[in-house]
Design a protein around this ligand. Structure first.
Ligand SMILES: NC(=O)c1ccc[n+]([C@@H]2O[C@H](COP(=O)([O-])OP(=O)(O)OC[C@H]3O[C@@H](n4cnc5c(N)ncnc54)[C@H](OP(=O)(O)O)[C@@H]3O)[C@@H](O)[C@H]2O)c1
Length: 326
């Protein structure tokens, strides 16, 4: 089978396709013929070896997968064979076949392509968990999404619109802002311009935004927190800018505002059942056409290294997906 392997930590652009024997489904496992793999910023950090958890070498990158079950191991029901499934695993998705514990597989919702499914679980579950469970977003509220044209940001736009919010999408380039607008944002903001808070106020007026969805960190977080309306909530989702910002706590007091950590992965490890209602709601929204998870572009396996490099170099737009037949 064709596969991409990380043999040494380093720049993702150096990854290349190689041939390896197919895995076999062991006891309790299912063998999945991979149709698509979703990639995120964390996958690129795994390849560099700079994520907080290091994957032992060698490993196959790619943590989100969608495809069809082609065989099952001992103790797994035969009727799983042929089912369309999606799953999360911290490695292994950039390969034509992947053996996974059958218990980790989720059915792909009706009407969803394998490409959309591969990019769905992490970004959309994080968005709904963040906005609803952690942020208590209500219809009619105004949400500012930082890094809005990234994979996590685009899902937040889609979910927030489904919840009836007004969405301001902040991104660094005209292309990224156009992509966020096309994905459903009501307004866009160039947050690279100096004093972008004035531009935000011109867009939405006082008293400010009700929620900030922040997967970026760095120099953007404090001005975003300062842009909250009284009673606002700032959702800490990630640090794609690299630097972990610090916040003067008097701002929280003055605004009666909350800083809320959003760790969807930690939440489902601690409480696996918590994800069931989130997935049910998301699947219903996919089925009735409320959500739009189709990726803007699907890349062939040979491009996976370049796609991961683009994530690190801030060049990626939307959720990058690898299609095994693209
Ligand atoms: N909390 C959770 O449960 C959870 C779940 C999934 C992911 N995450 C985290 O969310 C973050 C975003 O992930 P993603 O997959 O959406 O990444 P992504 O597609 O690369 O998007 C991140 C965005 O951050 C902005 N950015 C600002 N400075 C950057 C820099 N120096 N390098 C790269 N990007 C920069 C970019 O937008 P502009 O160019 O417009 O500024 C980029 O579009 C990551 O930190 C990831 O670990 C958290």
């Amino acid at each position: 089978m064709r596969v991409i392997r990380c043999v040494n930590y380093g720049e993702p652009r150096d990854l290349a396709v190689e041939e390896m024997p197919e895995p076999v489904a062991g006891p309790g496992e299912a063998l999945v013929a991979v149709e698509a793999a979703g990639l995120g910023y964390v996958d690129a950090l795994f390849v560099r070896g700079t994520y907080q958890v290091k994957l032992p070498l060698p490993f196959v990158p790619g943590s989100e997968v969608a495809g069809r079950v082609v065989a099952v191991g001992e103790g797994v029901a035969d009727n799983l064979v042929g089912r369309r499934v999606m799953a999360l695993s911290n490695r292994g998705a950039l390969a034509e076949r992947l053996a996974l514990p059958a218990a980790m597989l989720m059915p792909i919702p009706d009407r969803m392509s394998a490409e959309a499914a591969a990019g769905f679980i992490v970004s959309y579950c994080t968005a709904l968990y963040g906005l609803e469970t952690c942020g208590h977003l209500r219809a009619g509220e105004t949400l500012l999404v930082l890094g809005a044209a990234g994979g996590v940001g685009m899902a937040a736009i889609d979910v927030a619109k489904a919840m009836g919010a007004r969405v301001v999408a902040a991104a660094s380039t005209p292309e990224k802002r156009a992509a966020a607008l096309a994905h459903g944002a009501d307004m866009t903001l160039d947050y690279i311009q100096p004093d972008w808070r004035k531009a935000l106020e011109a867009l939405i007026g006082k008293p400010g935004v009700d929620l900030v969805y922040d997967p970026v960190g760095g120099p953007f977080s404090e001005p975003a927190f300062r842009s909250l309306a009284p009673g606002g909530r700032h959702l800490v989702v990630g640090f794609a800018a690299g630097e972990i910002p610090k916040l003067p706590l008097n701002l929280a007091l003055l605004k009666r505002a909350s800083l809320v950590g959003v760790d969807w992965g930690g939440e489902i490890r601690a409480n696996p059942k918590a994800n069931l209602p989130l997935m049910k709601k998301l699947a219903d929204w996919v089925a009735d056409g409320t959500l739009h998870p189709e990726p803007a572009a699907v890349f062939p396996l040979e491009k996976a290294g370049a796609v991961l490099q683009d994530l690190l170099e801030r060049k990626s737009i939307g959720k990058p997906v690898i299609g095994m037949t693209a």
